[in-house]
Design a protein around this ligand. Sequence first.
Ligand code: ADP
Ligand code: ADP
Length: 229
Amino acid sequence: MAYIQVESVSKKYVKGNVETRVLKDVSFQVGKGEFWIVAGPSGSGKSTLLSILGSLNEPDSGRVLVDELDLFSLSHDERALFRLNYLGFIFQNFHLLPYLTALENILLPTLAYPHKISKEKEARELLKMLGLEGKEGKYPKELSGGEQERVAIARALIMEPEILLADEPTGNLDSKTGEEVMKIFAELNRRGKTIIMVTHNLDHLQYATHALFLKDGEVLEIKTLKEAN
Ligand code: ADP
Ligand code: ADP
């Protein structure tokens, strides 16, 4: 059985008497260790799909199974625990808290954990791995866009999730910095992380194992680009 199984997922938004069908019968299967890029025009449903994979948004119909867990049959609390245990989220706008330092931002997810845990050693290792040594005491506004993105990546990694979900992580970066960030994702994938990334940038396909093209909420095409390690 696939690691992530998306079965006939549909979603619509209703505003007044206008109904927008954002996802129509979307199905695909992601194996452990694969790196999927979700591409498609603006408004094609990419962010909505990612938020459903992250169990932050519920489909109207269909199922999502991760490691055989049926996400939308879990209770609210079980789903929160699922997110903590399995997922790291990375957003286009980084979503760093401005009044916390880089190190404190990276440690933020540990505060959401039911038990008290210390991850400072791991956070410092991540800072080193991501080339952020010496930046631990800096506030987000003192960091460049690429550095902020790397802090956001470290924060997503601190609980050692199996799966990384990234929504346009290079969207606000210049192309050189974006390329460096993509190399980090490629390295994380090489080390075994399963990655699903939304992007407009088709140059990024060179790093992925699979591509899913969405159009008007429908799967236009699924491509295998290379084998996962
Ligand atoms: P993409 O990420 O491909 O740009 P989105 O998933 O963000 O696509 O949006 C797909 C469509 O759904 C768009 O028409 C958008 O305006 C609409 N949409 C997204 N989120 C909401 C929401 N919370 N309420 C109403 N409509 C939404
Ligand atoms: P992007 O294209 O960068 O993904 P969007 O404009 O699609 O950004 O979405 C930004 C946020 O606004 C998302 O959380 C999405 O769910 C929400 N959103 C998008 N379109 C609508 C809409 N028509 N009504 C309400 N919320 C929306």
